[in-house]
Design a protein. Structure first.
Length: 243
């Protein structure tokens, strides 16, 4: 995409976001790609109403619509929250977009899911007003976060090999893969199909859902627009986030 178009697209995207009672944020899905033992910054990924895709990697953009400087508290919750690094608070000048530096760190001994999600919050402190009474207002915005742990495969639980002894021959059976008996929701990145499986073993090419399985729609759209319409940008998004 022409670099001159990107700032305009970002501006149009931000202006399209309603600023709910004083706080607003830059739209898009916040995606982190990080390997065990490393720290990485995330990128906001999205598309405009005109069909242009964009990504912005300068941080989480939030803004105050008030006429005075305020301080907001930054917090996070969800499965991936403990792997996120961010300031405890940020000062927001009046009506000015501020980028919050957020990174994700995966420990070298990590042994959990390959994908995780979390939610970042920016909360405005409680203010009071009135004569003879007090009214307390607390405002906040939320950003969905998707963490993709790269160069990592979750450990597979294998059965202990059994050995059968015959008078002159010893035969060792091949270790059998055991599927955890837990209901697993997954999606097909190519078709966008979402399905629930009775165990943790899912078909090749499928990906385990996180949260509401929102990546199913993204991956399916990127596949159709990239591989079926020969669009390199969408092909790169599909290769990076959906395989």
């Amino acid at each position: 995409m022409n670099k001159k178009i990107i700032p305009l697209l970002l501006a149009l995207t931000l202006l399209a976001i309603p600023v709910a009672q004083g706080l607003g944020e830059l739209a898009g899905l916040y995606i982190f790609n990080v390997s065990p033992g490393q720290t990485a910054t995330g990128c906001l990924v999205g598309s405009t109403s005109y069909g242009y895709s964009w990504s912005y990697c300068n941080g989480w953009g939030i803004m105050s619509n008030e006429n005075q400087t305020i301080t907001v508290t930054i917090s996070a919750e969800g499965e991936g929250a403990k792997y996120l690094n961010y300031p405890s608070s940020v000062v927001l000048p009046p009506k000015k977009l501020v980028y919050v530096n957020v990174t994700a760190t995966i420990p070298s001994d990590y042994s959990r899911n390959k994908t995780m999600n979390a939610t970042l919050y920016a909360t405005q402190g409680c203010t009071s007003s009135g004569s003879g009474y007090s009214i307390c207002f607390s405002l906040r915005v939320a950003k969905k976060v998707f963490i993709n742990v790269t160069n990592y495969e979750p450990p597979v639980i294998n059965a202990i090999p059994t050995t059968t002894t015959i008078p002159t021959t010893t035969t060792t059976t091949t270790p059998a893969k055991i599927c955890a008996q837990v209901i697993t929701k997954a999606f097909n990145p190519i078709t966008g199909e979402v399905k629930t499986f009775p165990t943790a073993c899912i078909p090749d090419g499928w990906k385990v859902c996180t949260g509401t399985c929102y990546m199913a729609r993204y991956c399916h759209n990127w596949y159709e627009q990239g591989y079926l319409n020969n669009r390199i940008t969408y092909q790169k998004y599909f290769e990076r986030y959906c395989k």
